[in-house]
Design a protein around this ligand. Structure first.
Ligand SMILES: NC(=O)c1ccc[n+]([C@@H]2O[C@H](COP(=O)([O-])OP(=O)(O)OC[C@H]3O[C@@H](n4cnc5c(N)ncnc54)[C@H](OP(=O)(O)O)[C@@H]3O)[C@@H](O)[C@H]2O)c1
Length: 246
């Protein structure tokens, strides 16, 4: 039995991850911003296995105390998944610093504010697994989502450093670089064959974290596609709408 903390648990993908851990007989603590979504998610789940807490992770200075309470409720911590994120309004972020800052805070700064206490807790315990959902959008800046992508890219680098720091302490840090998934976040996006389904993506996330993977593309075929997107010379990239999304 693992003690599992899921931050951003009302995400369509995180909710599927929670189901997998519940079926395994793990002890879960779920944190999400929206109380209605959280109670809908947990209403049929056994209260001895699942506890929950409401929080807005953009309230940065509350996050250390939030993790302390969550770990106390679980009676320790083995595994944590940080899943929350917001695409934000790209167009607004090109004209308003407040809009850009909101996207950067929720997708980058809030995650750092959560990782600091969590990493120190697991390092002191000498074991544990950390998983953070980032995105292929962090692999190359594109006009349609570069503010969000920059936050996810920053997270990828932060996690590289954290992974190497925590390796000697026996704590794994898995960067989960997701391709597009059919969830409320992409409600208005035109779907294509490369869109993943939340249940399948969740299974891959749990597999990767169980294996203590470092940087993992989900689904794995993005690991073949993204090096091409990353390494296409800029002058060519700007002329290829199917790559640049212009
Ligand atoms: N869907 C995709 O195509 C895709 C692709 C690559 C990466 N991702 C990443 O996958 C993760 C999960 O997203 P999803 O696709 O499952 O979308 P989703 O169902 O819309 O989930 C996003 C979650 O983030 C939560 N959240 C946003 N801001 C928050 C805040 N300030 N405090 C607390 N919670 C907050 C949302 O809470 P509310 O319910 O309260 O809004 C929601 O539960 C995100 O990190 C996202 O960036 C998604």
């Amino acid at each position: 039995m693992q003690r599992v903390l899921i931050l951003g648990a009302s995400s369509a993908i995180a909710a599927e991850v929670a189901q997998i851990h519940l079926r395994r007989g793990d002890r879960l603590h779920l944190v999400a911003r929206n109380p209605e979504k959280l109670s809908r998610l947990t209403q049929d789940w056994p209260s001895e296995s699942v506890s929950s807490q409401v929080a807005d992770f953009s309230e940065l200075h509350e996050n250390a105390e939030l993790t302390r309470r969550a770990i106390a409720t679980l009676g320790g911590l083995d595994t944590v998944l940080i899943a929350h994120g917001e695409l934000g309004d790209q167009l607004a972020s090109e004209h308003s610093f407040d809009a850009a800052a909101a996207t950067l805070v929720v997708n980058f700064t809030s995650v750092v504010s959560l990782l600091i206490p969590l990493a120190n807790q697991l390092a002191a315990a000498g074991s544990g697994r950390i998983g953070v959902i980032t995105s292929v959008a962090g692999d190359r800046g594109r006009p349609r989502n570069y503010t969000y992508g920059a936050a996810k890219a920053g997270l990828n680098v932060y996690l590289q450093g954290l992974r190497t720091r925590l390796h000697p302490a026996g704590v794994s840090v898995t960067t989960l670089k997701l391709g597009p998934v059919d969830t409320p976040m992409t409600r208005d996006h035109q779907k294509h064959v490369l869109f993943g389904k939340p249940a399948k993506v969740a299974r891959a996330i749990v597999r990767a974290m169980d294996a203590g993977g470092g940087e993992v593309y989900v689904p794995s075929f993005w690991g073949a596609i993204m090096p091409i997107v990353q390494h296409t010379p800029e002058r060519l990239f700007q002329r290829l709408p199917f790559l640049s999304g212009r």
